[in-house]
Design a protein around this ligand. Structure first.
Ligand SMILES: C[S@@+](CC[C@H](N)C(=O)[O-])C[C@H]1O[C@@H](n2cnc3c(N)ncnc32)[C@H](O)[C@@H]1O
Length: 193
């Protein structure tokens, strides 16, 4: 098997490197080890989340809750944007992988990962998981969103959108999301500010 890193550009703000990386780890480079955990920047749902973070995360510092953190890629991306992040995942092995990836990416002081949800509210909440999980988690996710926060939901295909909007919009004062699309994949963004 090749020991060469895989490089994925996620313009305009990030590049994701998976595998050995001896070069500089700058503010746009997310470095991941090879692992079974999901989230290496190749999937459209992850890429759209990174791009939504780059576009909509508040400038000058913010707190992110990353539900379903996988490799930690979104938390690490948020830290590269100047935020502080907490990632939660039901997979304890993914937590250890995400912690290692945060070290590889030189942002371990700005992120942490756990299998239990933190208390409090967050300026930005991301959740890139499948439709049924997002539907079930809706009240817990919305409860963690600050009143003027930004919610980014992904992992959805176009046929999932009506159900997800019907589930989340009533919990968000009737607000409708912006919908971003790439091929069949959709990302929903509620900006409450
Ligand atoms: C599609 S991956 C997303 C990984 C990464 N955040 C990304 O954007 O590429 C979904 C992750 O959600 C986790 N997950 C599934 N159900 C969950 C739940 N109920 N609570 C928290 N995490 C969950 C999975 O273990 C998996 O790591």
């Amino acid at each position: 098997m090749s020991d060469r890193p895989i490089l994925i550009e996620v313009p305009p703000r990030f590049r994701v490197v998976t595998g050995p990386w001896d070069a500089e780890v700058d503010e746009r480079t997310i470095v991941l080890g090879k692992s079974h955990a999901f989230g290496d920047g190749r999937h459209e749902s992850t890429r759209m989340c990174l791009q939504a973070l780059a576009s909509f995360a508040p400038r000058g510092g913010f707190r992110l809750l990353d539900v379903g953190s996988g490799t930690g890629i979104l938390s690490i991306g948020a830290a590269k944007l100047g935020g502080e992040a907490i990632g939660v995942d039901i997979d304890a092995a993914a937590i250890a992988i995400a912690e290692e990836n945060a070290r590889r990416s030189a942002v371990e002081a700005r992120v942490r990962f756990a299998t239990t949800w933190p208390s409090g509210t967050f300026d930005v909440v991301t959740a890139n998981i499948l439709r049924d999980v997002l539907t079930e988690l809706a009240p817990r996710i919305v409860a963690r969103l600050a009143p003027r926060g930004t919610l980014i939901l992904s992992g959805l295909v176009f046929t999932d959108v009506p159900e997800l909007v019907a589930r989340y919009s009533p919990l968000l004062a009737g607000r409708r999301p912006e919908i971003f699309e790439r091929d069949a994949w959709r990302t929903l963004v509620w900006r409450l500010a």
